[in-house]
Design a protein around this ligand. Structure first.
Ligand SMILES: Nc1ncnc2c1ncn2[C@@H]1O[C@H](COP(=O)(O)OP(=O)(O)OP(=O)(O)O)[C@@H](O)[C@H]1O
Ligand SMILES: [Mg+2]
Length: 292
């Protein structure tokens, strides 16, 4: 049994034993898991949370995304190919989690052992999904792991969000998704991410959407998802205040920039403001990526 995150009661950061762990998974392939994971980790890092992205997919999409070291989060590559890998991975993830405020895990599709292990550890699971009937049936199979973890864990188990992805901009189904009322799934849906070429462009540029296309529709949609997740974590009392201010980039360095002391952080500035301000100069915000 893995130790879940402890609550940050009354803002006492000392009570936080391990960082928030957000897994991004769906047993279906090609739904936008890596895209969401890379951008989610980057948004947390850009807003000042000490964040590590763990790439568990043997395809290593997230690792390739970070190859130019232009993402503001750390990236650790730790592929899970089978059940034997899942145990070793869980131990490594726990160790990374002790050093980070937020850990985002990009899971491989199909690999149920990875999804099962992640659900036993995670603070929350984000499930990017299309809106077809085929998507809905795989969603139910994916949610089975969330519900099993909720039964097996001594705490409340993982939060879960369905993240509608690659949604066409008009139509009845999209409106229902926007209202979070896709029937029969029993879990909340975030606002949707509509079909947009900016996501692929961000991958090609090796940057996250807030750096590659700030203020774009894709960025705004993504911030609505980010805000929903941050709100859910805050409501559960597991997200500490970020301890680091967003820092100037050092894209050529392999070492992360020094983390300013907590007293320099401005608690009044919202995370969305921290994510959306900046890019005054041409450079991306945040610490350089460190592949481990
Ligand atoms: N909202 C979106 N609009 C348009 N294209 C998108 C969107 N989200 C993701 N994509 C594109 O869809 C493709 C698959 O995305 P991604 O690699 O993130 O999926 P995945 O679920 O991680 O796939 P795999 O199962 O292979 O790991 C990529 O080309 C990505 O750029
Ligand atoms: Mg992927």
């Amino acid at each position: 049994m893995f130790e879940p995150s402890r609550r940050v009661a009354g803002g006492r950061a000392a009570e936080r034993a391990v960082g928030v762990l957000l897994a991004v998974g769906n047993l279906k392939g090609g739904v936008g898991k890596s895209t969401l994971a890379v951008n989610l980790a980057s948004a947390f890092a850009a807003a000042g949370w000490r964040t590590t992205l763990i790439d568990t997919d043997p395809q290593q999409t997230a690792t390739r995304w970070s190859a130019q070291r232009l993402l503001p989060c750390r990236v650790a590559t730790s592929p899970i190919r089978d059940l034997a890998d899942a145990g070793a991975w869980a131990a490594r993830a726990e160790s990374i989690r002790r050093e980070a405020e937020v850990v985002v895990v990009d899971l491989p599709s199909v690999a149920a052992p990875a999804l099962g292990a992640a659900c036993l550890m995670a603070t929350g699971l984000l499930i990017p999904s299309g809106a077809t009937q085929t998507d809905a049936s795989t969603l139910q199979r994916t949610l089975h792991y969330v519900r099993t973890a909720r039964r097996e864990r001594r705490d409340k188990g993982p939060l879960a969000w369905i993240v509608p992805t690659r949604i066409v901009r008009t139509g009845f189904l999209r409106r229902r998704l926007e209202l979070g009322t896709l029937p029969g799934l029993g879990e909340p849906a975030t606002p949707p991410l509509t079909v947009d070429p900016s996501w692929d462009a961000a991958f090609a540029a090796g940057r996250w959407i807030g750096d590659c296309a700030p203020g774009s529709r894709a960025h705004k949609e993504f911030l609505a998802v980010f805000e929903t997740v941050v709100g859910g974590l805050r409501a559960r009392g597991v997200l500490p205040e970020p301890q680091a201010l967003p820092t100037a980039p050092k894209a050529t360095s392999a070492e992360p920039a020094a983390v300013p002391p907590a007293s320099t952080a401005d608690p009044q500035r919202s995370y969305v403001e921290r994510v959306t301000r900046r890019r005054g100069a041409a450079a991306p915000l945040g610490r350089p990526v460190v592949a481990e």
